[in-house]
Design a protein around this ligand. Structure first.
Ligand code: FO1
Length: 314
């Protein structure tokens, strides 16, 4: 079963790991790159790296991002040189950014560089960026427009977000390899990532929605898993962001954002009561345990999602 997952960082990486444990090499993960940034002259792709490290079994599981057993000597030295170090880069993680940066600056496409980074780490799935082009999420707060990581890390997601934009998105294109994988996909899974700033940019890459629509026309269902459980985001600011942008901060609010794009929406048992209203949007609903606390729950959710999606193909 060829599966393509669309994912952001931590929540997306967990489900991707469950999917990889189920379908192995038949999984492709298309990852948000609008959170990317330049630090100390290096290109950093936080969500791509979170997915890659998680699929390689190398991630710091407590933090969700970065590498397990990381040391921070370079960061301390950078601080001595007067560099801003609020966005922390571990010593081993730095190697990833160094290799990414010189290969991209040498003319390689980000998609090819990402494939060449994941392979030596032993990742069996195919990890691809949503685009090779530069796209940057910015959020409007009371203090004006901020770069995403300024808001997310430096300001700890405290400011209220009034508006979101993806700078550069109109010129971005879907990488050829992503087009190909979506063309072959038998099931497309939208991971339980922030629908506004993680899945939002992926769906906003010109041509991406059409590729999902073509998959559906070809009989391959698109399934999304709610990142909101009982009205709360499991991680990050998705609940507050939904509310401040005028959406309902519930699984129903997320389902409304995916209306017309998906065939099946997966909600947690605590949200079973929302199922009739979600079905009213023209999608099927799977009610199951969606909170992924360990490898077993990641694999269980992935298995359940794929099984229900496969029934839609039959
Ligand atoms: N998140 C933090 O909260 N603080 C950090 O200092 C930080 C550094 C960092 C470095 C590399 C990387 O791949 C991810 C990093 N993240 C950090 C996570 C990242 O900001 C978020 O997970 C995503 O951008 C949101 O999806």
């Amino acid at each position: 079963m060829r599966v393509v997952a669309l994912a952001g960082g931590v929540g997306g990486a967990k489900l991707a790991q469950g999917l990889q444990s189920t379908v192995g090499r038949d999984l492709t993960v298309v990852v948000n790159t609008a959170d990317d940034l330049e630090r100390h002259g290096l290109l950093v792709s936080p969500d791509v790296d979170t997915v890659m490290y998680t699929l390689a079994g190398l991630a710091d599981r407590e933090q969700g991002w970065g590498l397990a057993g990381e040391s921070w000597n370079a960061s301390e030295m950078l601080a001595r040189y007067g560099e801003e170090t609020w966005f922390r880069l571990g010593d081993s993680d730095l190697a990833t950014h160094i290799v990414r940066t010189y290969r991209v600056r040498g003319g390689e496409l980000l998609a090819d560089v990402t494939l060449r980074l994941a392979a030596p780490l032993g990742v069996s799935a195919t990890v691809l960026p949503m685009t090779n082009d530069r796209v940057r999420t910015q959020v409007r707060t009371d203090d004006g427009w901020l770069d995403f990581q300024d808001y997310f890390v430096r300001l700890r997601q405290e400011p209220t977000v009034h508006e979101v934009r993806f700078a550069g998105i109109e010129r971005a294109t879907v990488p050829a390899r992503v087009r190909g994988e979506l063309g072959y996909a038998e099931i497309v899974v939208i991971a339980p990532s922030n629908p506004i700033v993680s899945i939002g940019p992926i769906l906003a890459v010109p041509g991406m929605r059409e590729l999902l629509a073509a998959a559906r026309r070809g009989g391959s269902p698109v399934v999304a898993v709610s990142p909101i459980v009982g009205g709360r985001a499991l991680k990050g600011p998705a609940d507050r962001m939904l509310a401040s942008l005028g959406h309902e901060a519930t699984a129903l609010g997320v389902a409304r954002l995916y209306e017309g794009i998906i065939d099946l929406f997966v909600v947690d048992r605590v949200d079973a009561g929302l199922a009739p209203e979600i079905e009213g949007l023209g999608m099927k609903v799977l009610v199951t345990d969606t909170v992924m606390t360990d490898d077993a729950s990641r694999a269980r959710l992935a298995g359940g999602v794929l099984e229900s999606a496969a029934e839609l193909r039959a």
